[in-house]
Write a protein that binds this ligand. Structure first.
Ligand SMILES: *[C@@H]1O[C@H](CO)[C@@H](O)[C@H](O)[C@H]1NC(C)=O
Ligand SMILES: *[C@@H]1O[C@H](CO)[C@@H](O)[C@H](O)[C@H]1NC(C)=O
Ligand SMILES: *[C@@H]1O[C@H](CO)[C@@H](O)[C@H](O)[C@H]1NC(C)=O
Length: 646
């Protein structure tokens, strides 16, 4: 007897599925099986035997709080999208070797269920490499700890061993959500923009195809996604190749399809990453894409019979230390901003923009809009100003006692990864040898990514991979105790080559190689420790403030305050970082991400209302360069992502 799920919408089908077959009917006739497949003869997708051309949009669950997923998915559906596309971030679900997490913001199964409930199909992009402007392109840092010589994204044995383990965990959770098994997942990606990766390893591509196919079988369509210029290394036999590109002249779109046809003579046309906006790095302008050309190219692709997935339809936020960086050319390093607003049709808070309504209108010309009203923008609030007090310097005794994860002695500096530290900062300390010159150049062979240099705990300057500044003159009059506080600004996510962090090569003082370092790790990934530091401060406020007001301002200092909110103040807001230098900010223990208003363009940090509380709220900032007078923080009821460029 065949088990068949007989339901109308995918939401109810999924419900039935989750009810463990209780609602299945026995029927040997009529009801066609659920099949999502490719009709190569007619260059189209078929869903249960019917033509299926669709508009979809990317929304990464890991860039929004889970309490907000449903509303955002509904807003996408209300625009006429039939599909939501998400990457799966390995590092989020497997933060340490052998430790898995599928709760809270990592509750991928909930996200898929909610998508189905909102009547959206799902395209799953499990990577395992995802790029996505995320730290190390979504790979967990511990791969670099466990296998310093690992060849990511190749046939490397250790790499394959770890992917196999991860896919076993992930894919066994995903199987029940595949279309052919009654769920909403219609397509599953193999690798991600592999054509752009220098390794171009065909054996690996085929291995990963088979590894994915082991779980997906014929229950969903496997696909790859590449820029039109790099299909040679991106295309995998027996996997549907799709393209990614932004708005372009018609002739370019035609030529993109022709290129695709050279590698794949038949099959549906698809743009898996159609860019309605773009990503932004610190120290550059907010990347904005005007709407009319986006509409024109969308219409052209629809008329070409192509399916189109917007990347991003909703961008969200790189909370905490999750933002990655790009290698904008040999030796270049550009870290990604905290906001992933992306100038997408839905803004960082998930509200529909003008771009959204224009796209919705165009979609409605070709596809029926669902009977779903567009959710209204959520209210935003300007909260009262607050003043934060410095409570600790992180390399003072209390800062070390509470925030450090380890201290060890090493003749030469060690990387974050060899010390098994993912995020935050590492402090390298040593004594400067006596030398009869003034000043003396302190020079780094390789430093990632940014170092705050102190002598006798007085701030003297910054080393910057971003700006290719690798040396600094030190005056003998400063003293001889050298402190180097190294910040990990995000591992490279594209063009990836094992982006280890910290002091990687020698440190030279004149021509001498510095040795005998005391190394202290501050991962700042555990807010419990921050709470302990704050409690210690409250118990004995004078304890850790052994520095002058000037040094306190310069940091690296922990600033703290509490503020009260009542019920009618719990709305989304934007923390305005103007006046601060560079650092990270926590509210109620939640790391909202990095701020750097000195360069921008992002000035405000999005604060979702879900992190605010009725009653006492706690704000902590780790400031690395310069706090404003009186530690003033203001809030705004609108974002400023374009600051400092006029
Ligand atoms: C581009 O193609 C679309 C759809 O085929 C057409 O409506 C539009 O006029 C074309 N634009 C130009 C500039 O030729
Ligand atoms: C350092 O971090 C690891 C991993 O989170 C944790 O297990 C350990 O307890 C921490 N050690 C200290 C001294 O904080
Ligand atoms: C190395 O540094 C430690 C800690 O500062 C110090 O106690 C020790 O004497 C130093 N060793 C040498 C060989 O300089």
């Amino acid at each position: 007897m065949k088990k068949i799920l007989l339901c109308i919408s995918i939401a109810t089908q999924l419900y039935a599925l989750l009810a463990e077959g209780q609602q299945t009917l026995s029927a040997e006739n009529e009801v066609p099986p659920r099949v999502f497949e490719i009709d190569y003869e007619n260059n189209r997708f078929l869903m249960d035997g019917k033509n299926f051309q669709f508009i979809g949009g990317s929304f990464h669950y890991f860039r929004a709080l889970p309490e907000t997923w449903q509303r955002k998915l509904r807003t996408m559906r209300a625009a006429g999208l039939q599909v939501v596309t998400t990457y799966v971030e390995w590092s989020l679900h497997n933060p340490r070797d052998g430790i898995y997490d599928f709760t809270g913001i990592a509750d991928l199964e909930l996200f898929i269920k909610l998508a189905a409930q909102e009547d959206l199909y799902v395209i799953l992009r499990p990577g395992p490499y995802i790029c996505a402007e995320r730290d190390l392109g979504g790979f967990p840092y511990w791969l670099l700890h466990k296998y310093p010589d690992i060849n990511l994204r190749t046939y490397d044995l250790n790499y394959r061993h770890e992917v196999t383990k991860w896919y076993q965990v992930l894919m066994t959770k995903m199987e029940k959500f595949l279309y052919g098994n009654g769920g909403p997942i219609i397509m599953v990606q193999v690798e991600n923009e592999y054509g752009s990766y220098f390794a171009c390893d065909e054996k690996y591509r085929i291995w990963l195809r088979d590894e994915t196919s082991r779980y997906v079988k014929d229950k969903a369509v496997l696909f790859t996604n590449d820029g039109p210029g790099v299909l040679r290394c991106g295309k995998i036999p027996n996997v549907l190749a799709t393209l990614d590109f932004g708005e372009s002249p018609n002739s370019t779109i035609d030529s993109n399809w022709r290129t695709l046809r050279r590698y794949q003579p038949a099959g549906p046309l698809m743009n898996s990453e159609y860019y309605p906006g773009w990503l932004t790095h610190w120290q550059e302008e907010m990347q904005r894409v005007p709407v009319q050309p986006v509409l024109d190219s969308l219409e052209k692709m629809i008329l070409d019979g192509a399916s189109v997935n917007f990347y991003m339809f909703y961008g969200g936020t790189n909370f905490g230390f999750t933002a990655g960086a790009n290698e904008g050319g040999p030796g270049r390093y550009d870290s990604d901003v905290t906001s992933y607003d992306y100038d997408a049709p839905m803004d960082e808070a998930g509200d529909p923009t003008e771009k959204y309504f224009a796209i919705r209108k165009l979609i409605s010309k070709y596809f029926p809009l669902p009977n779903v009203p567009v959710p209204n923008p959520l209210p935003k609030i300007k909260l009262p100003d607050i003043n934060l007090k410095p409570i600790s310097i992180i390399f003072n005794p209390n800062g070390r006692r509470y925030l450090a994860n380890f201290t060890k002695q090493s003749n030469l500096p060690m990387s974050f990864e060899s010390l098994d530290q993912n995020s935050g900062f590492i402090l390298y300390e040593t004594k400067l040898p006596r030398i009869n010159r003034d000043p003396v150049l302190l020079k780094f062979a390789d430093l990632r990514d940014r170092a705050y240099i102190y002598v006798n705990r007085r701030f003297v300057g910054i080393i910057s991979r971003e700006n290719k500044i690798y040396s600094i003159p030190l005056s003998l009059s400063l003293g001889d105790e050298l402190q180097i506080l190294v910040e990990n600004e995000g591992r490279i996510n594209y063009g990836l080559a094992n982006d280890f962090k910290g002091i990687l090569g020698n440190v030279y003082y004149d021509t001498m190689v510095l040795v005998n370092f005391t190394i202290t790790g501050f991962p700042l990934d555990n807010y419990v420790k921050m709470e302990e530091l704050i409690t210690a401060y409250k118990t004995n406020p004078g304890d850790d403030l052994t520095l002058s007001a000037e040094s306190l301002k310069a940091g690296p200092a922990v600033f703290y305050s509490e503020f009260n909110l009542d019920r009618n103040q719990i709305f989304d807001t934007y923390l305005d970082s103007t006046g601060w230098g560079k650092g990270i900010v926590f509210i109620n223990g939640f790391n909202l991400g990095r701020y750097w208003p000195l360069v921008g363009p992002q000035i405000t940090i999005y604060v979702p209302r879900e992190v605010l509380r009725v009653g006492v709220n706690k704000i902590a900032m780790i400031e690395l360069q310069n706090a404003p007078d009186a530690g003033l923080v203001t809030f705004s009821n609108r974002p400023n992502l374009d600051g400092n460029f006029y």
